[in-house]
Design a protein around this ligand. Structure first.
Ligand code: SF4
Length: 179
């Protein structure tokens, strides 16, 4: 559930109850400025701490932590034993330093960050009958050089500037990246 203030923040508890009843883990994601067309503004965000407070007031929670130490979600279990939830706080608690996610677009571009402007052409290499070893070299070479820290960067601005807007570089749309 991507929580957006004034849009669906009133549905948090209903969805939590639905997930408890049907025994699946609901995962919350802070509203992020992915792509170029979602009109992201800091005022529209519901922070992780607000999400946890809304849920915890009705169903007390206990922190479990990140799966394998690197998962994007921090998990919490209900104290009454009726399941768990996760929260991905990409904006207020960014985790770029432990990010291990590469993405592949439908055009076979290797993308090293959800907020990238461009990707690395894997298609030409695949079509040129490159060996598996050459592919591995290419991918690991791209990965070693990456310096992506997009979510780390705007946090200071978010805390200090009212009405902080998304950075203005042209990002690849999430619909091409697959999340
Ligand atoms: S902003 Fe980029 S580098 Fe940071 S966690 Fe997200 S995908 Fe990974």
């Amino acid at each position: 559930m991507v929580v957006e203030r004034g849009v669906n923040d009133g549905d948090i508890l209903d969805l939590v109850e639905f997930s408890r009843e049907h025994t699946f883990a609901l995962r919350f994601i802070e509203f992020m400025d992915v792509g170029n067309s979602n009109s992201w503004k800091s005022e529209k965000m519901v922070w992780k701490r607000e999400i946890l407070a809304a849920i915890g007031a009705r169903y007390p929670l206990r922190k479990v932590g990140r799966e394998q130490g690197t998962a994007p979600s921090v998990d919490y279990e209900f104290v009454d034993g009726q399941g768990d939830i996760g929260v991905i706080a990409s904006v207020t608690e960014p985790f770029c330093s432990s990010c291990t996610r590469a993405r592949l677009t439908v055009g076979r571009k290797l993308v090293t960050c959800l907020f990238s402007e461009t990707g690395h052409d894997l298609k030409s290499l695949l079509r040129s009958s490159a060996t598996d070893e050459e592919l591995v070299q290419f991918i690991s070479g791209v990965w070693r050089k990456r310096r992506d820290r997009y979510s780390d960067e705007p946090l200071e601005a978010l805390h200090s500037i009212q009405g902080y807007q998304s950075k203005d570089h042209k990002k690849i749309e999430m619909i091409s990246l697959g999340g």
